[in-house]
Ligand binder design. Structure first.
Ligand code: ARG
Length: 588
């Protein structure tokens, strides 16, 4: 289905052509003088030079060919040569009717769908999810949903961190606490127990304790490094422990992501790439890319045009241990082999940018990916507290994600029962749904690359550019539609008619932008554009609602027209918030 703007541009282009000018000048944009017109075409201005003619004259020629247009209600040339345009209400209504019947509301599915792997979430086993993991989960989930809506095959991979020093630290701490466990008995030959020797609660206490010790105690740290290394070499007792850690931890992670309405197709881990490392490293050596530097194995990735120093990509440490870089490279090998993606997108903290520059360059240079395989990095900014520093608990510690969500839900609950009609039983459930919108919209409405301030008061407000405001608008629409049905109203023979007032027209014009907004948000990996869009739609709807008697309308056909517009608005808003990864309750 054509975009609304395209149809207008086609009208203009053909008028330019008929008047003897190049059709490319027929571009139409939203008016920058909304007091004068809805849209404008500046093509005559642009053409003046090429045709050595006054823009005003060109514009007059063009406009002479727009008479009788079914699209425009007003076509006006203003000095020095702008063409001001207003759209016909009937045309607008018929466009929206078609849009409402289109399953994707004018989003055109990709003709050649691409396979895209999105690497997001990136939690680390045995470390509780904290606020630092929130953005990757929220942004990645949204881009995944948008990509699917647009028709790509999108695969979300959580890429668990399960292979680093944290594992060695946990094993070391366990060994200190319970040296009698069979996992530490090198002569043990039997089967290892199926039950983990710790709970998730204990695990979450063990890691920070071990991490703190390793920072003070060099010997302890070396022990942990050694344990990590032995694990990576496949030592049976450590592998068994690792399996326990994984099992306990992944169950807990899944529960947490469920609460965020975030889900992954793949629960792959850093360690899954391990088997690919030896061959990959060997090939890089054989091809002459990898060389030894002070005992370590590295690949140069600097380029002539670099303005800052890009250090070599390190493949193996002098003790032969692999690194974060090695795992990421081997994961690329695995992904190419198993999924052959057209693109791999990493949604990771922007402080890891250098790491990804190195990995991407190395992968390209050594031929791990094909020429047209895209490797992209969406580096997001930091979530700060009101003090402008990275978000912390009141005591200054790292805030667990669960705590943050609980705090938001509590505040939401308070606000909901405060101005509330719904029974209390529902209020808690509703608070969770609305709370999630507060968190997600609060995050996604900012450009991903920028830092933002996490402000519970603002995010949970029903007014302003917030998730709860959007949901409030949707719920308002639903309740009008419900009331109409409760009063026995039907939508039989409902027809969307031309708008009756400016606010209705404005709402209709906003709705036409859905398709281009979603396509553009995907192209630019920019969910914030969808947020900005639904905020405009919500504002337009609320103005219309305040200025128009909807259920009080006496003409039945007109009333049904209003209600069809409400249905379309609700459908579009609900589709859009689903792309952002949250939903609306029935009541609030
Ligand atoms: N686990 C990593 C961290 O906490 C993030 C992983 C991001 N993805 C990747 N392929 N490196 O920093």
């Amino acid at each position: 289905m054509k975009k609304f703007m395209e149809i207008m541009a086609e009208e203009l282009s053909s008028a330019f052509e008929k008047a003897g000018y190049a059709p490319e000048y027929g571009r139409v944009t939203v008016s920058n003088r909304p007091d004068l017109c809805e849209f404008q075409c500046n093509g005559a201005m642009a053409g003046a030079k090429a045709y050595k003619k006054a823009p005003f004259m060109i514009a007059e020629d063009v406009v002479a060919n727009l008479g009788g247009s079914s699209v425009f209600s007003k076509v006006e040339v203003v000095k020095p040569g702008f063409i001001n345009l207003n759209v016909k209400g009937e045309f607008l209504a018929s466009y929206l009717k078609e849009m409402g019947e289109d399953p994707k509301f004018s989003v055109n599915e990709a003709e050649n769908p691409k396979t895209v792997i999105i690497d997001y979430g990136g939690p680390n086993v045995a470390k509780p999810l904290h606020v630092g993991h929130l953005r990757s989960a929220i942004i990645g989930e949204s881009i995944k949903r948008i990509g699917r809506y647009v028709g790509d095959r999108v695969i979300g991979d959580v890429h668990l961190g399960d292979w680093g020093l944290q594992m060695g630290l946990i094993i070391t701490e366990l060994k200190h606490r319970k040296p009698e466990l069979v996992y530490f008995d090198d002569s043990y030959q039997g089967e290892y127990p199926s039950e983990a020797p710790f709970t998730i609660g204990e695990l979450e206490e063990i890691y920070p304790c071990a991490s703190a010790k390793s920072k003070e105690d060099e010997e302890y740290r070396n022990e942990a490094l050694e344990a990590t290394h032995l694990l990576q070499q496949g030592k049976p007792g450590y592998t068994a422990l690792w399996n326990h850690i994984m099992q306990v931890s992944v169950t807990d992670l899944k529960r947490n992501y469920d609460n965020l309405n975030v889900s992954f197709d793949l629960w792959k881990k850093e360690s899954d790439a391990q088997p690919y490392i030896p061959d990959m490293v060997q090939a890089m050596k054989d091809q002459g890319y990898a060389y030894e530097d002070q005992g370590a194995l590295v690949v140069d990735v600097k380029e002539e045009t670099d303005t800052k120093e890009i250090p070599p990509c390190m493949l193996l440490k002098s003790d032969g241990a692999s690194l974060y870089t090695t795992t990421d490279l081997a994961t690329i090998v695995e992904r190419m082999k198993l999924y052959h993606p057209d693109e791999i997108l990493y949604v990771v903290d922007k402080r890891q940018e250098l790491h990804f520059i190195q990995v991407f360059r190395c992968a390209r240079k050594t031929g791990l990916v094909e020429k047209d395989t895209k490797l992209s990095f969406l580096g997001f900014g930091t979530m700060n507290g009101k003090d402008g520093k990275p978000f912390k608990t009141r005591e200054g510690g790292v805030m667990r994600l669960e705590t943050l969500i609980a705090d938001i839900n509590e505040e939401m609950y308070r606000k909901i029962v405060e101005n509330r009609s719904v029974r209390d039983k529902d209020a808690e459930e509703t608070a969770k749904i609305v709370g999630l919108s507060a968190i997600k919209y609060g995050d996604l409405s900012n450009q991903a690359t920028k830092d933002y301030v996490f402000d519970i008061d603002r995010f949970t407000s029903f007014e302003g550019n917030t998730g709860p405001y959007i949901l409030y608008t949707i719920v308002r629409i639903k309740s009008i539609l419900n009331r109409y049905r409760e009063e026995g109203g039907t939508m039989e023979d409902a027809q969307l008619l031309a708008p009756v007032n400016d606010s209705e027209k404005n709402l209709m014009l906003e709705l036409t932008k859905f398709g281009s907004t979603v396509e553009n948000a995907y192209e630019e990996k920019a969910p914030h554009k969808i947020c900005a869009y639904i905020y405009e739609v919500s504002n337009a709807f609320n103005s219309f609602y305040h200025e128009t008697r909807i259920l009080g309308e006496e003409n039945a056909a007109q009333k049904k027209s209003f209600l069809s517009l409400l249905e379309l608005t609700r459908n579009i808003l609900e589709t859009a918030i689903d792309l952002l990864g949250f939903s609306a309750p029935e009541r609030m």
